[in-house]
Write a protein that binds this ligand. Structure first.
Ligand SMILES: [Fe+2]
Length: 368
């Protein structure tokens, strides 16, 4: 992959890039419809993110926000770990029925398991797992989590993945211009070893009776996949994704990653609208939110949360995104992980009443 091609990809929208590559394009297909459940409340706890902020109550009239102390009350030498990546514990209620879902698993099992213990999150209670996309900063802790908790988890435990390209070998920018480093791959055989059933979610899918995923996200806005990761659509040593058509069109080479099968995780909150969680947001938070609305038929986005992957964006791109967010008009915006300080500065300036910040250990309660 030449640097020129990467620059070219940067200026083209995702759908256009795929069309140029001749790959049949799921990204512009009409989304399937789904009858989605309605939950009474949703609690989101941030297990792993890049930073920690001191405890303070906050939020706005729509969401209660609390932050725990950074160290263990039982042993002050144990503290929350902060590292690049994201992991969220999602607890939803319909009446007396509570469901526990884990969305993404951060970068390392050390940080994930340490923080779960300090935050009082019982990994054995999870009823379903979701992987937003195939990047190490979102699945790196998964196998360590399974090694610790699998024996206590449901026998039919499922991992809801976006689709085949979540399992591709990928590389990421190393920091040296034009150089990319190996960035790992989640091996299906490791999941099989832990008796985890993979559910591909190219189509919108209800998860554990409370949540739903967007399915493959149509790319129909100005948004494009910003640098910098690359992908192979073939297996190496039995590991990787198997996407013959995409691989043929890519000439069997490493190509810029369009995150074909990234998917968003959503809840329909009673009387309020959709809570849309983008995790890393390569497909764009506007595309993700629109997809959630279209598949569910729910016309209101109550909250947009997650990594919005805007740290590489120019100021113009950030301002265009914020303008689109203002048109979308969610009640709450929570930029996490890879959203970038530039975005937060503009959100604070333009929509200060909507924006709520997040760090490791933050708890958000919606609808209760
Ligand atoms: Fe990420």
């Amino acid at each position: 992959m030449s640097l020129n091609l990467n620059r070219r990809h940067f200026v083209l929208g995702s759908a256009a890039v795929l069309a140029q590559m001749g790959i049949s394009n799921p990204l512009t297909a009409q989304p399937a419809k789904l009858t989605v459940p309605t939950v009474d409340s949703l609690t989101i706890r941030v297990i792993t993110d890049s930073s920690y902020d001191t405890p303070r109550a906050g939020g706005n009239k729509w969401v209660k926000v609390s932050r725990v102390g950074y160290f263990s009350r039982q042993d002050y030498r144990k503290a929350l770990h902060n590292e690049w990546g994201l992991s969220l514990a999602l607890d939803s209620k319909i009446g007396n029925d509570t469901r526990h879902i884990m969305l993404d698993f951060g970068y390392t099992p050390n940080a994930l398991l340490n923080n779960m213990e300090l935050l009082g999150i019982d990994g054995a209670k999870m009823q379903a797992l979701i992987m937003s996309h195939g990047h190490f900063d979102h699945y790196g802790g998964l196998i360590g989590y399974l090694e610790k908790f699998r024996a206590k988890l449901p026998s039919d435990l499922a991992l809801y993945a976006g689709g085949e390209d979540n399992f591709c070998n990928c590389k990421t920018a190393s920091g040296t211009p034009g150089h990319f480093s190996d960035w790992g791959v989640i091996a299906r055989r490791d999941l099989e070893k832990h008796r985890v059933r993979v559910v591909p979610c190219e189509k919108p899918t209800v998860v554990s009776g409370h949540a739903f995923t967007t399915g493959t996200i149509a790319r129909r806005s100005f948004e494009r996949v910003l640098p910098n990761t690359q992908v192979e659509y073939f297996k190496t040593n039995g590991v990787g994704c198997d996407m013959p058509e995409a691989n043929a069109k890519a000439g069997g080479k490493l190509v810029a990653d369009q995150q074909i099968h990234e998917h968003g995780t959503c809840f329909n909150l009673k009387d309020r609208g959709l809570v849309v969680i983008s995790s890393c947001g390569h497909a764009g938070i506007i595309n993700t939110a629109r997809q959630a609305m279209e598949v569910s038929g729910v016309k209101k986005v109550h909250a947009a949360l997650g990594g919005f992957h805007l740290f590489p964006a120019t100021d113009d791109y950030l301002r265009t995104t914020v303008e689109a967010m203002q048109k979308l008009d969610p009640d709450v915006i929570v930029p996490m992980h890879c959203s970038g300080l530039g975005l937060i500065a503009i959100l604070r300036s333009e929509v200060s009443d909507k924006v709520v910040t997040s760090t490791t250990g933050t708890e958000f309660v919606f609808g209760a």
